[in-house]
Design a protein. Structure first.
Length: 366
């Protein structure tokens, strides 16, 4: 009798929980999962943007849209290769820089001897809450040919470039300064329609300005995450390290940084996702120019679908970008996983192998 009452009470609680969750599930399903499924269908169909993508005149084309982007070698392949190259350099520079800068800012703001902490936190965080469109417009002015950045560089005797109009890669610029203008062995081999020499061009001068802007606008957000993690560590751990004779740098390297590993993983994951999805700065600033050196996969997806009416290719680029983000996140998870998490799994696997071997030998003995 008691078991029946307990079971009915549990069923009622589960039903009430699902009723409370149903509005959120309905909203997510209507505005997230259904559009994703529709986009997946569009990526394998020849829908032209008119009418319903599920109408009878829309045909299934399989992986043709993906093939035109990845293997055909035409303009879509070259554009995607260019966008991927640009975004790879963007990720490789922005993610480490914003992580390091945000950690340094957090350590600085978290100092007990520092006064006016609220002011510095607000000042560092303010760019993160400002509209990215407004920041981009400001950046276009600051890095213009006659803007403040080139003015300061002129005081140092440096003739600054026309930042957002300069398509030259910074690695190629550095190599040309050393007398290396082209490597034939690299120029003769292509990847996604782009020569290996062009893959090694580095970010363009224009993309470098966007990289600096990304670090400027995102470091404040990640700084707050690091501040919360630093405050959670507490002063006792720091004082224990001091009693053991560890210096400030030793305490930071061997005590603070290892305890920040979960926060570092969160910051790197959010940074990777944000960097691979960069769109609004490109749309507002250069729209992929100059010479497509600021083109990104997210902007290319938009441009293919809404401007060129290649809806299948645009959706396919979006899903390729999704798989890239998932792959990088899993790789990062694998690289940053704690050894203490791996050892129990290995011990469990060994115990299972030993148990299986014992059971097998016991059967053979019988």
């Amino acid at each position: 009798m008691m078991a029946t009452k307990h079971s009915s009470r549990t069923t009622g609680q589960n039903l009430a929980g699902w009723l409370f969750l149903s509005p959120v599930i309905l909203i997510l399903g209507l505005f997230l999962f259904v559009p994703v499924l529709m986009a997946a269908w569009v990526s394998v169909s020849d829908w032209g943007g008119r009418g319903s993508p599920f109408s009878s005149n829309v045909s299934f084309v399989g992986a043709n849209n993906y093939a035109s982007i990845l293997t055909d070698g035409g303009l879509p392949t070259r554009d995607f290769g260019t966008a991927l190259r640009n975004n790879v350099y963007y990720v490789l520079l922005v993610v480490p820089l914003q992580t390091i800068v945000s950690l340094i800012l957090a350590v600085f703001v978290n100092q007990r001897i520092l006064k006016a902490k609220s002011f510095f936190r607000t000042a560092f965080y303010f760019p993160s809450v400002t509209s990215s469109v407004a920041i981009t417009v400001l950046w276009l002015f600051v890095f213009s040919y006659t803007g403040p950045v080139n003015k300061v560089l002129s005081w140092l005797g440096i003739h600054g470039p026309n930042w957002f109009q300069d398509p030259r890669g910074i690695v190629h610029l550095a190599l040309s300064g050393l007398g290396v203008n082209k490597v034939s062995a690299l120029a003769d081999h292509n990847l996604l329609g782009i020569s290996l020499w062009d893959w090694l061009s580095g970010p363009s001068v224009a993309m470098t300005a966007f990289i600096l802007m990304a670090v400027f606008t995102t470091s404040g957000t990640f700084m707050l995450l690091f501040i919360a993690a630093l405050q959670a560590i507490g002063n006792e751990t720091e004082e224990a390290g001091m009693m053991d004779g560890a210096g400030a740098l030793q305490r930071f390297r061997y005590i603070t940084v290892p305890m920040l590993k979960p926060t570092v993983f969160t910051v790197l994951t959010l940074g990777l996702i944000g960097c691979w999805q960069v769109f609004d700065q490109i749309y507002t600033g250069t729209q992929g120019g100059p010479a497509k050196t600021t083109l990104t996969p997210a902007y290319l997806s938009f441009n293919s679908a809404f401007n060129n009416q290649q809806w299948g290719q645009g959706a396919a680029i979006a899903f390729i970008l999704f798989f890239i983000i998932v792959a990088f996140t899993l790789l990062q998870r694998l690289m940053l996983r704690d050894k203490d998490e791996v050892r129990p799994r290995k011990r469990k696997a060994r115990r299972q192998q030993v148990a299986l071997a014992n059971a097998t030998s016991a059967k053979e003995g019988k």
